[in-house]
Design a protein around this ligand. Sequence first.
Ligand code: B12
Ligand code: SF4
Ligand code: SF4
Length: 227
Amino acid sequence: MSGPAAAALTKRLAAAGFLCLGGFDAPDEASLPSLSGGARARSLLLIGSTGPSVWPKLSSSPEASDGTADPLDRYTRRVLTEIAASEGFEAAFPFDGPPYHPFQQWARRCGGFSQSPMGVLAHRDYGPWAGFRAAFLSKTPLAIQQDTRSAGPCETCADKPCITACPAGALTLETGYDVPRCRDHLATSRSLDCWSGCLARRACPCGREHHQGPDNARFHMESFIGL
Ligand code: B12
Ligand code: SF4
Ligand code: SF4
């Protein structure tokens, strides 16, 4: 997808707080989900958000103040289902499950991401702050050019400051991210610095300008603790 159609989609996504993080064609594979008519999707665009992009839009949306659970997921579903349909796509969402769609595997296929010790994928431009909000699925191949620019930053990050920044010792290179240990630490007090944003993610030198503000970070932490 390129030219005016891509530019128009980019503009609509940005107006709602989202961005396209990449895409790929899967012409002969069964690796993408089936569409509503039964045919397999042939191309995928990965739609995401960064810390500052979606939060202001969500804050002024009806979902933010209707007192019902999961405002971000509901805002995302409403807005992105509509954009996808009007641009000829079907949308699949990361929060629909279990079983969940393999969004991190799809992101790796798009290019530009590396596996961080924290579980999240780090992006060459957005660091550990790119969230995945939807996959736009197309029944016709879009002839997407393979992203041959650099991968994410982790392989060339010698010091890995994300690991040492965790005050709970919940991250090691050998065993990765210890979720119960992180949760236990967060549960000790709501006034811990981690509640204003994971200190490990904040220690990453890459993509810092895309980090989540304190309110946004607390919103995600509450949802993580509640899962
Ligand atoms: C279940 C889940 C969790 C579970 C368990 C993860 C697990 N052990 O599988 C828990 C609750 C621990 C979790 C925590 C977090 N998660 Co989570 N999670 C998911 C979810 C909904 C499904 C994962 C899955 O089962 N996929 C199905 C398999 C088949 O797909 P996959 O691509 O192969 O899945 C890979 C991941 O599961 C990954 N993985 C394994 N362990 C962990 C642990 C963590 C923390 C993460 C992020 C990934 C991860 O390895 C799999 C193989 O590649 C995904 C959304 C999605 N649909 O992918 C988000 C997702 C992976 N989570 C995400 C994030 C950001 C987090 C958090 C960092 C915070 C948050 N919610 O904002 C926290 C960590 C808390 C912190 N202190 O910062 C992002 C990652 C974005 C990125 N750039 O990579 C995703 C994609 C959600 C999104 N909408 O963007 N998560
Ligand atoms: S600090 Fe280094 S290893 Fe950790 S997420 Fe950032 S780039 Fe990757
Ligand atoms: S939220 Fe805090 S305890 Fe959990 S991984 Fe991040 S830095 Fe470590």
